[in-house]
Design a protein around this ligand. Structure first.
Ligand SMILES: [Zn+2]
Length: 398
């Protein structure tokens, strides 16, 4: 089975090429180049007329919680039990596909549920985006997330052991909770949780296994600990200091700002618990400045929605891209954050760009995405490993 995308405006994950052709054979991209120089074998392929549309890699959302639907009370959602959470994962996974998202990184769920869901998708038991699961996040005793999606661990040896336990359960990414958070009552968001030594132990252990590690980090000191210890990315990062941003640029640490998470909380003050709204508003003030500071320092961004948090439903990566653009990132950079940068952060060189030999994860959008990014809100069609997916939910034909 071969597919030929004819005469597309192509965003290949890094840059735009006009009048491009892309040939897919089976699950793999075989050829990318100017449409008028299409290889002979393209003539025998099923042709998709992509003229007037924009073809991109399938989007990547680096921060989701598949076990959570995005209800008003995050802590209440955690009380469903693992079987209930697994069922939510199935539905939420499909929502990503329908939005053009073909890979997600899950950053904290119940038990080993997300690891099992990742395997079920990989094995074709259920349809969904590729899931890079973290199992449970790792937090200090009583720290942010302890009563929802995190395992508690203390001391460098304790953190090291927790990393090993998550990897044994099937995790292919590790998340630590380095500071307080918005959605746990009684913990201030800028509280520094793990000590530098604890963070260092976690980073060392994850990297020893070749697995990326990220940190939920809002307060300045916690962010700084993580960056100095060599973490791969900072989630949220509302209080990134200028000197920390410089170090992030030098080391190649990614910033995942998760603007949609804050929107969901501050835009729904009637329904979200009051402690979360109050903290969310305070964090929003810092977050926009920190994002601008990171851009100025040359820090690279990756797209993450934090989907599953209040009023932040799955499939929101296109909206996160739009929010990053509103906050000052150029459209090409924002798309790069949701494709090539994200794949690099997740250590998945097989996805995230449209190049020969990569997996055929593709999304076709109406019109010119760079000139009119809001076209991201309705994909024309989505392919994962060369197969058309998410069609019934988008209602999209070709
Ligand atoms: Zn999160």
């Amino acid at each position: 089975m071969a597919l030929y995308f004819a005469d597309a405006t192509l965003f290949d994950g890094r840059a735009v090429r006009r009048h491009a052709g892309v040939l897919v054979e089976g699950e793999t991209i075989r050829w990318v180049g100017p449409h008028r120089r299409a290889p002979r074998s393209a003539r025998d392929a099923e042709t998709i007329d992509a003229a007037g549309g924009t073809l991109t890699p399938g989007l990547i959302d680096c921060h989701v919680h598949l076990c959570f639907d995005g209800g008003a009370d995050f802590a209440a959602e955690a009380r469903v039990g693992e079987a209930g959470a697994a069922l939510k994962c199935v539905r939420n996974a499909r929502r990503h596909l329908a939005a053009g998202v073909t890979t997600v990184r899950d950053l904290g769920g119940l038990g080993a549920v997300t690891c099992d869901v990742a395997r079920a998708i990989e094995d074709g038991v259920i349809e969904g985006p590729r899931v890079v699961a973290s199992g449970r996040a790792i937090t200090i005793t009583g720290g942010h997330g302890w009563n929802t999606f995190a395992q508690q661990a203390d001391g460098p040896d304790g953190v090291r052991k927790a990393v090993r336990e998550q990897l044994r359960a099937g995790a292919r990414s590790i998340k630590i909770i380095a500071t307080g958070g918005v959605l746990t009552a009684g913990v201030s968001f800028d509280f520094t949780a793990f000590t530098y030594e604890e963070v260092e132990a976690g980073v060392d252990e994850a990297h020893k296994w070749g697995v990326p590690i990220t940190a939920h980090a809002i307060g300045a000191e916690g962010i700084d600990h993580c960056v100095r210890a060599g973490i791969d990315s900072i989630e949220h990062g509302a209080q990134i200091r200028p000197e920390t941003a410089k170090r992030m640029k030098a080391q190649g640490t990614f910033h995942v700002p998760t603007i949609r998470a804050l929107d969901g909380i501050v835009d729904n003050p009637e329904e979200v618990p009051a402690y979360a709204v109050e903290k969310g508003r305070a964090v929003m003030e810092f977050a926009r400045d920190a994002f601008a500071r990171a851009i100025r320092a040359g820090v690279r961004h990756a797209c993450g929605t934090d989907a599953g948090t209040p009023f932040n439903p799955h499939g929101g990566a296109p909206r996160e891209v739009l929010r990053m653009i509103e906050w000052g990132l150029g459209p090409e950079k924002a798309l790069e954050a949701a494709t090539a940068n994200a794949a690099e952060l997740l250590r998945r060189p097989d996805v995230g760009t449209v190049e020969a030999s990569k997996q055929a994860d593709l999304a076709l959008w109406p019109g010119d995405l760079i000139g009119e990014p809001s076209n991201l809100l309705a994909p024309r069609a989505v392919w994962k490993r060369g197969a058309l997916v998410g069609r019934e939910m988008t209602g999209a034909g070709l």
